[in-house]
Design a protein around this ligand. Structure first.
Ligand code: ASP
Length: 311
């Protein structure tokens, strides 16, 4: 059995907040990414390739806060974070604070496969991207009018803003970001990939959970592949993705119970708003969030194929 699940961010998403057209755009974007990943699995491709392709598609879609359309930093640029992990070898790669790289997830995968390291940051990561022939884009490529407006509201303050929690309710309908995918292929190998622009108006080279292996992303064939979205600081404190794996490994919990424990109990006890998607090596999946909604989708070889936004 093979399965792919994706997310496009979680937060205060309420039915009626967004127009039917907008909702259709989001769902269409999710379905497209899901289908791209699914087709790879269907042809006998690897979970690693499926999650990479799905995340590339979401990075290229300006509706989501990753790649094109990522949020603005305090200095008006787009500093991108991404990570990827493969559950058979437990190889992983991550980048943080990269500017100008069209698809940070491709760079994270190159870090995993070719750098001899696991985690590269800023200028050094960009140098490695140049060396490996990654596609670079000018600032204008990443520009999105809505994100710019979001940033204008907070840019002269020392406030940062989670993509999930706009201060201005009128911004609600378009506020979400961070993307991720997890998959189990027909060989029983699992993988997870996550990519984000982080928080609007972030300063001091702030790093969230997304590029931190074990916090926002994790994969291990013996347990699960997890991709998170939400208040990154809290997910780091909770070591959220790895904690799901630990609950399965050491306590024998199922994927669903372990994810519920982390999202609904542990994260909530520290006000950690957000959610996560997960699969195990048998192809079971779970999509859990403690926020009002989460852009999400799942498709598997048993004909399940759905995308959802609200609870
Ligand atoms: N977790 C991401 C971060 O804190 C943000 C998000 O999921 O929207 O950078």
């Amino acid at each position: 059995m093979f399965t792919i699940a994706i997310h496009g961010g979680a937060g205060t998403l309420l039915p009626g907040d967004m127009s039917a057209e907008k909702e259709a755009l989001y769902k269409g974007g999710l379905q497209k990414a899901l289908d791209i990943g699914f087709r790879i699995l269907e042809k006998g491709g690897s979970s690693l390739d499926a999650v990479t392709a799905a995340v590339i598609e979401l990075e290229n879609n300006p509706l989501f806060n990753a790649g094109k359309g990522a949020v603005f930093t305090n200095s008006g640029s787009h500093a991108l974070d991404a990570s990827i992990m493969e559950g058979q070898s437990k190889s992983c790669g991550a980048v943080t604070g990269v500017i100008g790289v069209q698809n940070p997830i491709v760079l994270a995968k190159l870090v995993m496969e070719k750098s001899g390291h696991v985690f590269l940051s800023g200028k050094g990561a960009e140098e490695f991207a140049q060396q490996e022939g990654c596609i670079f884009q000018p600032e204008t490529y990443f520009y999105d009018e809505f994100r710019y407006h979001q940033w204008q509201l907070v840019k002269d303050s020392d406030r940062y803003q989670l993509d999930h929690t706009p201060e201005d309710a009128s911004l609600r309908e378009k506020k979400f970001g961070t993307v991720g995918a997890v998959a189990c292929d027909s060989f029983g190998n699992i993988a997870a990939a996550t990519s984000t622009g982080g928080m609007t108006n972030k300063r001091f080279d702030r790093i969230g959970d997304t590029p931190i292996i074990g916090a926002g992303n994790y994969a291990n064939n013996a347990t699960c592949a997890i991709s998170c979205t939400g208040h990154g600081e809290k997910f780091i404190q909770a070591v959220a993705a790895y904690d799901v794996s630990c609950l399965m490994e050491y306590k024998g919990l199922s994927l669903q119970s372990a994810m519920e424990e982390v999202v609904m109990v542990k994260l909530m006890s520290i006000d950690g708003e957000g959610g996560m998607i997960g699969v195990d090596a048998k192809g079971a999946h779970a999509l859990i969030f403690n926020s009002e909604g989460m852009y999400r989708g799942v498709r598997n070889s048993l004909e399940l194929n759905e995308v959802k936004i609200y609870r």
